[in-house]
Design a protein around this ligand. Structure first.
Ligand SMILES: Cc1ncc(COP(=O)(O)O)c(C=O)c1O
Length: 356
């Protein structure tokens, strides 16, 4: 055997939501709704599909590893400088690069104990120590607890806003308080993968904070509201010097010409994005109301999913839903359900009613 690094076997492996084909094979069902991976239930916009087809002709060329044009478009959208934007192949690899840039043995990373699993995994990749802060009883992250958990060896703190898997959000004043209460040598990563879906009036993106303070960055993705999860484009925004340092760990040519072109075109359709946000909020309300009518609680979600529970034997219930072709994701004694189309939401609620 090769001499693998000593802690390799302790590194958790990311477990994705079950793919549709796998459920078809394993459960013998053909009509499947996937509400497990917080994807967009709609296809990419028609104009984006056309841009994808055109860009496919350039597939014999390497992509622009600097994502020059897309960075300019993103910078315009958020009113920042293109040098404050780093585009990568989804926000997951960017989070990993950030963890590697900040971590290493003898350092620690702070995050909520019920948050995006990649913070745990990326911290392990970096050989750093995770410090997990218990989530509040209302499934809301404990902002002051996160700040208080920072130790002298802490180099990075992750705040997922809105949070996956709870769906809850932290208001802008509390985010600013967190930033004010954490030492300037700790990088605060505000993961805004679901930010576009937020409809709460007490929220604004942390992007302004990120360009003002060199120890705050915001990650974003085209995988959710833009419906481009399969094309892998995400980005991070921060102070120019901070982005420059983080980019030392950028894997070259990791995006694709098709993904870059699709993302550029997607940004040209703010009206369609706004429609999706409205549709999502309606679906989220439908799911929450349907669950409560069945006597099942769910947190106050601001994302494109709801976290139902606590329910008895959540994993077994999720498994029973698989048998009737509904893919959802159990988390302990809760189940996370991605907002689907109106028909998918209704099908999930009907299946759940039968099973309860
Ligand atoms: C909180 C959070 N951040 C980041 C991501 C990753 O998105 P991407 O597709 O950009 O890697 C996800 C995906 O589910 C997520 O839930």
């Amino acid at each position: 055997m090769p001499a693998f690094r000593k802690d390799l076997s302790s590194i958790g492996v990311y477990s994705p939501g079950k793919p549709i084909e796998e459920v078809m094979r394993e459960y013998g069902v053909t009509d499947i709704v996937k509400m497990a991976s917080n994807e967009c239930p709609q296809e990419p916009f028609a104009e984006v599909q056309a841009a994808i087809a055109t860009a496919a002709h350039e597939s014999h060329r390497y992509p622009d590893t600097a994502a020059y044009n897309l960075s300019i478009d993103i910078a315009e959208l958020h009113d920042v400088d293109p040098a404050q934007v780093w585009v990568g192949p989804g926000s997951t690899p960017i989070l990993v690069s950030i963890a590697l840039a900040m971590g290493g043995p003898g350092t620690s990373a702070v995050f909520s104990d019920q948050s995006f699993i990649m913070y745990t995994i990326a911290t392990a990749y970096a050989g750093a120590e995770p410090i997990r802060v218990p989530i509040g009883s209302d499934l809301r992250m404990d902002v002051d607890g996160l700040a208080a958990a920072v130790r002298p060896d802490t180099t990075v703190l992750y705040l997922c806003n809105p949070n996956n898997p709870t769906g809850t959000h932290i208001d802008s004043a509390a985010v600013r308080r967190l930033v004010d209460n954490v030492p300037r040598d700790v990088l605060i990563v505000v993961d805004e993968a679901y930010e576009e879906y937020l409809t709460a009036p007490d929220h604004t993106s942390a992007i302004r904070l990120a360009v003002e303070r060199d120890n705050v960055v915001v990650t974003r993705t085209f995988s959710k509201v833009y419906g481009l999860a399969g094309l892998r484009i995400g980005y991070v925004i921060g102070a120019t010097e901070t982005i420059g340092e983080l980019r030392r760990l950028q894997v070259p040519f990791a995006t694709t010409n098709v993904g870059l072109a699709a993302a550029r075109e997607a940004l040209r359709h703010r009206d369609l994005v706004a429609d999706r946000v409205k549709t999502n909020a309606a679906g989220r309300n439908e799911l929450a109301a349907g669950l409560r009518a069945l006597g099942v609680d769910c947190g106050d979600s601001q994302a494109n999913f709801v976290l139902m529970g606590p329910v008895a034997e959540a994993a077994a219930l999720a498994e029973k839903l698989l048998h009737v072709g509904v893919i959802v994701r159990p988390f302990g004694d809760h189940i996370r359900v991605t907002v689907g189309s109106a028909a998918e939401n209704a099908r999930f609620l009907a299946a759940l009613e039968q099973l309860l």
